[in-house]
Design a protein around this ligand. Structure first.
Ligand code: SAH
Length: 366
């Protein structure tokens, strides 16, 4: 690994400190950010309005190091998925989903995941490691480049969702500065309503997040009662639904936010009955929460099946009748395994070691 500092992981304050350390004025940091984020230039030599000796110093101490692309797959619906290599033994994925009025990039926060949700394919691979701030931010930078970003053209990526591999709140230390960089008007300049962090429900970290960030919050609920949620989302055994919802309402209060989005994956015969919809409506009625129903995306070996369209509609109608705003997520990119819950960092050859019940991929060869 290179010993040089990766500029992509640095917040504005840290970049200013770096410039000061190199004997430069704070406005140098602004110029640097302008090149890096507004113009998408990573080569110091091309940053023509920076003094030559400053560029030379930069090149000595720092670099712009991006995750390496292992494979690119395009879906027939325009969705694009990249398998990325962080270093010799780690792979993770990001997905771009174009729609009429926006372009959403779904990024990863960890390689693998420790949470073991019953219906998620990422859980099958176990936990490998946290992504660094630079690797999280680097996904957005790289996707912009791959998608043909140009400073004068309209944005290609209008929304970023932390809904790829991993549990973002379990990587709090690296995710929070990444959020700052996504929102900073000198960097990616995304509106806080267009950056969404999705969590399976790490309650203490939701309170902590409320102190340091104001991005949109999505919570993977998936069940209206603790008995079922304990089975689907095991973290519920530690932080049950009532506690989780309190944390959500606190977040909205603190952030002056609009509402929390509750993700609910529709599993045939498991959590999709009208009675369960009514129970869910009772939990959320009159609260700043809306529900996003996600058709289950199957993967090899899963015991679950996708709910029928009719069941999804019935469930949605019950929620609407119960006074809860509800939308249904359209499945995108499932022909390339890019849909929700299908991200596993699949590679051509992977050596796996077993640690307890978890499979840990230790080697990636393209
Ligand atoms: N760990 C975070 C973010 C990653 S998952 C979280 O749990 O929220 C992003 C969303 O996809 C979550 O709502 C997750 O529950 C959902 N998901 C996981 N597996 C899925 C599958 N097989 N089909 C559909 N959605 C799935």
């Amino acid at each position: 690994m290179s010993a040089r500092l990766n500029l992509l992981g640095l917040t504005r304050t840290e970049l200013e400190a770096l410039c000061a350390d190199m004997g430069s004025k704070p406005f140098r940091a602004r110029q640097l950010m302008n090149w890096l984020y507004k113009r998408g230039v990573s080569d110091f030599a091309a940053m023509s309005d920076l003094a030559k000796d400053f560029r030379a110093q930069l090149a000595e101490r720092a670099e712009v190091r991006l995750p390496e692309i292992v494979t690119t797959q395009r879906s027939t619906d325009g969705t694009c998925k990249w398998l990325l290599r962080a270093d010799a033994s780690q792979a993770f994925e990001m997905v771009y989903i174009p729609e009429n009025d926006r372009g959403t990039l779904c990024i990863s926060s960890q390689v693998g995941c420790v949470l073991d949700c019953a219906f998620c394919s990422t859980a099958q691979q176990g936990f490998n490691r946290n992504l660094t701030t630079a690797e999280i931010v680097g996904q957005v930078w790289l996707a912009n480049r791959e998608l043909g970003f140009s400073p004068d053209a309209p944005r290609i990526i209008t929304n970023v969702v932390l809904m790829g591999m991993g549990e973002p709140l379990a990587n709090f230390r690296n995710v929070v500065p990444a959020l700052q960089i996504l929102l900073d008007d000198l960097c990616f300049d995304l509106s806080r309503r267009r950056v969404t962090l999705s969590t399976s429900g790490l309650v203490p970290q939701i309170y902590k997040l409320a102190e340091v960030s104001n991005v949109a919050l999505a919570v993977s609920l998936h069940a209206p009662d603790d008995e079922l949620r304990n089975r689907l989302v095991p973290i519920n055994r530690i932080h049950p639904i009532a506690e989780l919802l309190e944390a959500c309402w606190h977040y909205i209060d603190e952030q002056n936010g609009r509402s929390v989005t509750f993700e609910y994956v529709m599993l045939d015969g498991v959590n999709d009955s009208p009675a369960q919809a009514r129970a869910l409506a009772r939990l959320l009625r009159g609260r700043p929460g809306k529900v996003n129903l996600i058709p289950f995306n199957p993967y090899p070996g899963t015991p679950f099946r996708r709910s029928s369209d009719a069941a999804v509609e019935r469930f949605r109608d019950e929620l609407l009748r119960g006074g809860v705003m509800t939308t249904t997520r359209r499945t995108r990119g499932d022909d390339i395994d890019a849909a929700c819950g299908q991200l596993v960092g699949r590679v051509q050859d992977r050596t796996v070691v077993r640690l307890g019940s978890k499979s840990i991929p230790v080697q990636v060869q393209a």
